[in-house]
Unconditional design. Structure first.
Length: 266
């Protein structure tokens, strides 16, 4: 079966798996997309793992991928900083995968708050008082704040767990400042990075994810066909109350074949 879609941006957490548990039918759904001629790019707002680690995780679930098939918010953030803050020293809250992405992109990182020229916020599961003290001292009037993503929570194996919103909220509570830039979903920065890597126009692309405020909002902003799956954080009451409307709502990505027959807009 062929389809009009040339590409798909597919979220991972809550769409292909919850924690370490794969969503039933997820691997078959990816095969269905590829057999229909759809190029697949895996897209996640989680900056705590490298693309290589995601390749291993997907392989354990029967999904083939290469590192070039995976876009993390860490990669998008590193690319953004390398372009917009190429000569600036970054004070970073995050884990090893983010630091590695920044290093690969040539971003200069400092662990001295007073040297900071840009502050980067991401999830650090080893949060402590000293870390927040460092961030507070790194943020001067006019210091840009860049967050890898805005997610308050993410799906875990046994339920929701905190995400980068824990850090962003803490910093905003201290300083009264929200991030100046969100690099990951739902930003156009992330969308353009992923679409450019995929080599597909937004109008010919699916965006599949479990979040209205990141996945679906981003897809709608840039003009993809949006698909919300119910296997992550969005329940019926949230969907009904939201002003963000996906083009399709599926119980699971396992039902993706039904979307491939979608007619082009008039």
């Amino acid at each position: 079966m062929r389809t009009r879609f040339a590409g798909a941006l597919v979220d991972m957490d809550g769409t292909l798996y919850r924690g370490d548990d794969p969503i039933p039918g997820a691997s078959t759904a990816i095969e269905t997309l590829r057999e229909a001629g759809v190029a697949v790019q895996f897209l996640t707002n989680n900056a705590t793992n490298s693309p290589e680690r995601y390749v291993e995780k997907l392989a354990d679930m029967g999904i083939e991928a290469t590192a070039a098939d995976v876009v993390t918010s860490g990669l998008v953030t590193a690319d953004y900083l390398s372009r917009e803050h190429a000569d600036d020293r970054a004070y970073v809250v995050g884990e090893d995968a983010l630091f590695a992405a920044l290093d690969d992109a040539g971003v200069t990182v400092t662990d001295t708050p007073t040297e900071a020229e840009v502050v980067v916020l991401s999830l650090d599961t080893a949060l402590d008082y000293d870390l927040f003290t460092g961030v507070l001292r790194a943020i001067h009037p006019g210091t840009p704040i860049v967050a890898t993503n805005p997610d308050r929570t993410k799906p875990g194996t046994d339920g929701l767990v905190p995400s980068t919103g824990l850090v962003v909220g803490g910093v905003e509570g201290m300083t009264g400042r929200a991030p100046d830039v969100i690099a990951g979903k739902p930003s156009v920065v992330a969308a353009r990075f992923a679409l450019d890597r995929l080599g597909v126009d937004a109008a010919d692309c699916l965006l599949v994810g479990d979040r209205l405020d990141t996945d679906v909002e981003m897809g709608a902003t840039v003009g993809t066909t949006t698909v919300l799956v119910r296997t992550g954080v969005t329940d019926d009451s949230t969907l009904e109350a939201s002003q963000i409307e996906p083009d399709h709502v599926l119980d699971s990505i396992a039902d993706i074949e039904s979307v491939l027959h979608d007619a082009p807009p008039e």
